[in-house]
Write a protein that binds this ligand. Structure first.
Ligand SMILES: NC(=O)c1ccc[n+]([C@@H]2O[C@H](COP(=O)([O-])OP(=O)(O)OC[C@H]3O[C@@H](n4cnc5c(N)ncnc54)[C@H](OP(=O)(O)O)[C@@H]3O)[C@@H](O)[C@H]2O)c1
Length: 333
């Protein structure tokens, strides 16, 4: 099969389009013929070598976490899916590789593609949709009437999270640049802050939840917009000791995580706020919940650009530039 392969970690490392063996299928997996693959900053961060401690991959490696496609082979222990099913998924860590013609996917991580979505639209959803779900539903338990601040509302995570938070009945504030104010409002944001002209700290007070996806300075400022008892959930770091436990990291990695997050954890404690780092996981059952919301018209995909498969490196560079409005996808079939 054709696949985009990472041969060497590094900021300037282009992925190489190569002929690779189709991966062996495990009994609890299906083989998906990839029609479209969604791109995420995680792909470019792994390529750059930024995730070596958390995800110590051995090279060569086929990158890509999001897939939409058709099942062409079914493992012996798979019960819920059959040949020909149209499916989508965020594939599991250490089993990634959607920038390819075929990818094996664990049954437990898979869901049927939402009816009415194209393959490209479906491939844009899993990683960011599950991130928003795991932050706002599973971790924050966001309730009707609460206030949530979702940073970078025009990005992949933001465009999904705003719609999900509105569905949960929350008041939603977000940040974006001037050009994207109309987009975030169209997704349901109640308070849209133009970060070019306004400081969110001057506008927001007594929030219940912040979904942080930006730098350390923004993280610290976020503490000050939360009410006592509020939750600061960061998806852009720093990782905390609880996360180290979750991934059963080696002792020295756990120590690094403890040290990296000690400052923000101390400041959060001082303000009576909970700090936690979230690293999203594959989940077929949560993806099915997301499918229901998409099919009910509650959440729509927001796609910025679709690149042809051959242009996967250009697509990654576009994502890495940090200006995407919603999601970027490569079309493979
Ligand atoms: N831990 C996890 O499980 C997890 C999961 C998903 C993502 N993440 C991380 O979360 C971050 C966001 O991911 P993403 O996929 O949503 O990124 P993305 O789609 O690439 O974000 C691009 C968007 O960010 C906006 N933006 C850039 N600077 C901003 C700022 N200072 N304030 C507000 N908005 C700003 C841009 O809007 P303008 O052009 O208007 O500036 C653009 O629309 C990344 O660091 C990613 O690695 C973590």
């Amino acid at each position: 099969m054709k696949a985009f392969v990472l041969e060497r970690y590094g900021k300037k490392s282009a992925l190489r389009l190569a002929e690779m063996p189709t991966p062996e299928l495990h009994d609890d997996e299906v083989l998906v013929e990839v029609h479209a693959a969604g791109l995420n900053l995680l792909d470019s961060k792994i390529r750059d070598g930024e995730f070596k401690l958390i995800l110590p991959y051995r090279l060569p490696l086929v990158l890509g976490h999001d897939v939409a496609g058709v099942i062409v082979k079914v493992g012996r222990r798979v019960r819920q899916f059959e040949l020909g099913d149209e499916v989508y998924a965020r594939v599991d860590d250490f089993r990634i590789g959607t920038f390819a013609q075929f990818v094996p996917v664990k049954e437990a991580s898979l869901a049927l593609k939402p009816a009415g979505l194209t393959m490209e639209e479906a491939a844009s959803i899993p990683l960011v949709g599950l991130t928003a779900w795991q932050a706002l539903v599973a971790r924050a338990d966001l309730k009707k009437g609460q206030k949530v601040f979702i940073q970078a509302g025009s990005g992949g995570v933001g465009t999904f999270a705003i719609q999900l938070a509105k569905h949960l009945g929350a008041t939603v504030a977000t940040t974006t640049s001037t050009a994207n104010l109309a987009l975030v409002k169209s997704l349901g944001a109640d308070v849209a802050i133009d970060y070019k002209t306004q400081d969110f700290e001057d506008v927001l007070r007594d929030y219940d939840v912040v979904l942080n996806s930006q730098d350390g300075k923004t993280l610290e400022k976020s503490l000050r917009v939360l009410k006592s008892g509020g939750k600061l959930i960061s998806i852009s770091g720093p990782p905390d000791p609880e996360f180290g436990k979750q991934i059963a990291a080696p002792g020295f990695v756990k120590l690094v995580m403890r040290l990296l997050s000690s400052g923000i954890r101390r400041k959060a404690r001082g303000r009576g706020v909970g700090y936690s780092f979230l690293f999203m996981k594959a989940s077929g059952s949560q993806l099915r919940e997301i499918t229901r919301l998409i099919e009910a018209g509650v959440i729509r995909p927001v796609i910025d650009r679709i690149f042809p498969f051959e242009s996967t490196n250009e697509a990654l560079a576009y994502v890495q530039a940090g200006r995407a409005k919603g999601k970027v996808v490569v079309k493979i079939k």
